[in-house]
Design a protein around this ligand. Structure first.
Ligand code: IPD
Ligand code: CA
Ligand code: CA
Length: 271
């Protein structure tokens, strides 16, 4: 991708993410309809759907031939299948539905199979995170870097649990318990894209979760890597947005996190 196209992609990703965030903030003050998806805890609001439409429209104004994969409506077909936008119109829907101020929009572009640019916008704090492959990671125009915390014992971690927690075999409770005994503290903020951005800017030292979707991770994982952090898949496997699991860290504690997860996996095999 040439520099001109990349500039336009970054600008468009940020514009689309911001447009969704503005809708989220505005509508958070009024009534909106909430419905359940498959499980009792998996919600969707009118705002999720409205944000997705706004993001798609923003992208289509600039790149009408690009395809997209977005949480609410799935695949958006178009001519150029080598360009695919991966979109979470509202990450943190359960928080949003309860008025808990931790949510965002996430917009990334995959080009020829690799995520090359991403933007995550938090409208509550007016924070725009973005990154582009080989160009670094940024928060409101300032470069960001992962932390340098060397030990898990001094680390602040975050995680998340799947909507299927009550029925899932690997529901992350054993892993949560193991990390709770090692790390300084653990948070469960409820918006995976922001959790990743917080690793990228050093507010968190690490984050892990198992049952995520491409739109939860695409932008945030690139932002972590471009900020000098590390991302891996389950048990340290190479990261892919399509493989559901992510272990993200400042890089320094990465091995320690992977070890804990491997120990828990081994323990459950012998249980
Ligand atoms: C959810 C959030 C949450 C994570 C869930 C995701 P949604 O996304 O990122 O933090 O734990 O696994 O599904 O449904 O709010 O877009
Ligand atoms: Ca999400
Ligand atoms: Ca969502």
């Amino acid at each position: 991708m040439n520099n001109f196209e990349m500039d336009l992609v970054i600008e468009t990703a940020m514009k689309a993410a911001r447009r969704a965030g503005v809708i989220q903030k505005e509508r958070s003050l009024k009534e909106f309809q909430v419905t359940r998806k498959q499980t009792r805890s998996d919600l969707v609001t009118e705002v999720d759907v409205q944000c997705e439409a706004a993001i798609i429209a923003t992208i289509r104004e600039v790149f009408p031939d690009h395809t997209a994969l977005a949480e609410e409506k799935g695949e958006y077909a178009a001519e150029d299948a080598s360009r695919r936008w991966i979109i979470d119109p509202l990450d943190g829907t359960v928080n949003y539905a309860h008025g808990f101020p931790m949510y965002c929009s996430s917009v990334a572009l995959e080009a020829d199979g690799a995520v090359v640019a991403g933007a995550v916008y938090d409208p509550v704090r007016d924070e725009m995170f973005h990154a582009a492959l080989g160009r670094g990671a940024w928060l409101n125009g300032q470069p960001i870097h992962a932390s340098t915390t060397p030990r898990l014992e001094d680390s602040l971690l975050a995680t998340g649990f799947p909507y299927t927690i009550k029925t899932e075999a690997v529901n992350n409770l054993a892993q949560f318990a193991a990390f709770a005994m090692k790390a300084q503290a653990i948070r469960r903020p409820g918006a995976a894209a922001l959790d990743l951005c917080y690793v990228a800017c050093g507010r968190l030292d690490g984050f892990w979760e198992f049952h995520l979707k491409p739109w939860d991770m695409a932008a945030g994982a690139l932002i972590v890597e471009e900020a000098g952090g590390m991302v891996a898949g389950k048990e340290g496997a190479p990261f892919s947005v399509y493989n559901h699991a992510v272990v993200a860290s400042n890089g320094v504690i990465h091995g320690q996190m992977i070890q804990i997860l491997a120990d828990v996996a081994l323990g459950s095999k012998h249980a």
